[in-house]
Design a protein around this ligand. Structure first.
Ligand code: ZN
Length: 250
């Protein structure tokens, strides 16, 4: 059984559709938040995600800001403009879906017979909406904050896996490379990177396929029509810096 693991779609429908097509067949979809913010198609992205099979989805900081649950002034000026634009353009149904999202989800109730279970959060298990897991020190501390073997996180838009063994003083990072298939055992925190706004200087959309039986992840990148998204962002009047960064992957 396979789960498509996606994060930080940021209203980029072309990237999301390319990921879904490239992933082929999967049994479940796990979405790690930030469905909206930055991109031109928030309603369409929410509709696409809602239609995925056996969906588990958590809220991200941009989703929370659009709902007024976070102070927009904690974001930089351009991100705030994108959040305001998104709020003005979301349908009632889209807002209701974002409002229904929890800060944390796991596979315990949905897949009772799994060997090892998975926790899903946007930022980190310690601070699900806000904390950025960027270094080994913080990753190590965060292993205390989830009870399952594995945890998927998003938020940094940087693909990485942190392994941890209780006997070790610190977690060990592994940079993910396209096409890699890697075991999660014994414990791991993994970030699939971003679908709609990669920030590792690789503009291709990022995602993971998780094999629930073998407990392995396959890491993928896929090209999509970046220029079409940039054109749609220009028409919508979204900030120029966000348009520019899509083609550079920063
Ligand atoms: Zn994000």
């Amino acid at each position: 059984m396979k789960a498509l693991v996606i994060s930080d779609i940021h209203a980029n429908l072309a990237a999301l559709d390319a990921v879904i097509a490239d992933a082929g067949s999967f049994d479940a979809a796990w979405c790690l938040g930030d469905l909206v913010g930055y991109g031109p198609n928030p309603n369409e992205c929410i509709a696409r995600v809602r239609a995925l099979p056996d969906l588990l989805c958590v809220i991200g900081n941009h989703d929370a800001a659009v709902l007024g649950q976070l102070d927009p002034y904690t974001f930089n000026t351009e991100a705030r403009r994108a959040i305001e634009w998104t709020r003005d353009n979301l349908t009632e149904a889209s807002l209701a879906f974002l409002e229904s999202l929890p800060e944390r989800a796991d596979t315990l109730s949905a897949y009772a017979d799994l060997g090892n279970h998975v926790t899903l959060v946007h930022g980190s298990p310690r601070q699900p909406v806000w904390e950025y897991l960027l270094d080994t020190h913080n990753a190590t501390r965060n292993f205390e904050f989830f009870g399952t073997a594995y945890c998927f996180v998003g938020h940094t838009h940087l693909p990485v896996l942190f392994y941890y063994r209780d006997s070790q003083a610190s977690a060990r990072p592994v940079m993910l490379e396209e096409g890699m298939c890697i075991a999660m055992s014994p414990r791991a925190i993994i970030n699939p990177g971003s679908v709609g706004q990669p920030r590792d200087r690789n503009p291709k959309a990022a995602y993971i396929l998780y094999n629930l039986n073998e407990e392995t992840v396959e890491y993928h990148r896929v090209e999509y029509d970046i220029q079409a998204v940039q054109d749609a962002m220009r028409v919508a009047g979204l900030p120029g810096r966000h348009i520019e960064r899509l083609s550079g992957g920063w």
